[in-house]
Write a new protein. Structure first.
Length: 208
């Protein structure tokens, strides 16, 4: 069992900012303008789809590195979900404008992401504790990160474009359903997080 000295070390580790996962997340954010340039500036859907697929894959990579090499940080816990939301917004909106994804599908994703983002901000302002992502949320995110680049590749000039379109639907529909199931779960989780956050503040106030 770790002794008292282990607790400050763990807290110091979580306070780190410059970690490999955080650098990967920042690089992912920096590549979003490049994605838009490839899609609209170069009119190269295949290259934009490939870049988007790589950016989506890095979400798993930085999470694995953080857990495997004990580089989980407080900044990363905030930065990574923000990067995910921005990736979804930029990808879904860009591909929607490009016309490579059905309008109803992209709007359904954007509405869900906006609702979750707004709810997270409101809960944080009200003093709720941080809510961990559920399995449904992770699975939905993974499926959508596959579906969007495949929709884009399905509208490209690649010879196997029809195959990518089929794959996009196979991944996209289940992922969209899972993401909405997760959003419904977050309602009850949010209430619990708010109650626990207020209880923690009350206890700290009582002992102050």
């Amino acid at each position: 069992m770790p002794g008292p000295a282990a607790e400050p070390e763990a807290e110091a580790a979580e306070d780190r900012i410059l970690t490999i996962p955080n650098v990967i997340t920042l690089v992912r954010l920096a590549c979003l303008p490049l994605f838009l340039y490839l899609l609209f500036g170069r009119d190269n859907r295949a290259a934009a789809a490939a870049l988007l697929a790589v950016l989506g894959a890095t979400d798993w990579v930085d999470g694995y590195i953080a857990r495997r090499y004990h580089q989980v940080s407080t900044v990363g816990k905030v930065l990574d979900p923000v990067a995910d939301r921005l990736l979804f917004f930029v990808a879904a909106a860009g591909i929607l404008v490009d016309g490579s994804v059905p309008i109803w599908f992209a709007i359904a994703v954007l509405v869900r992401e906006l609702a979750v983002a707004a709810g997270t901000i409101v809960l944080a302002m009200m003093g709720a504790r941080r809510i961990d992502v559920t399995w449904y949320g992770k699975a939905g995110t993974f499926g959508l990160m596959c579906a969007f680049p495949w929709f884009l590749a399905g509208s490209s000039t690649l010879r196997i474009a029809p195959l990518f379109e089929v794959l996009a639907w196979l991944a996209g529909i289940p992922a969209l359903i899972l993401s909405y199931v997760a959003a419904i779960q977050y309602i009850s989780l949010g209430r619990r997080a708010l109650a626990e956050g207020r209880a923690d503040r009350a206890r700290r106030g009582a002992t102050a």
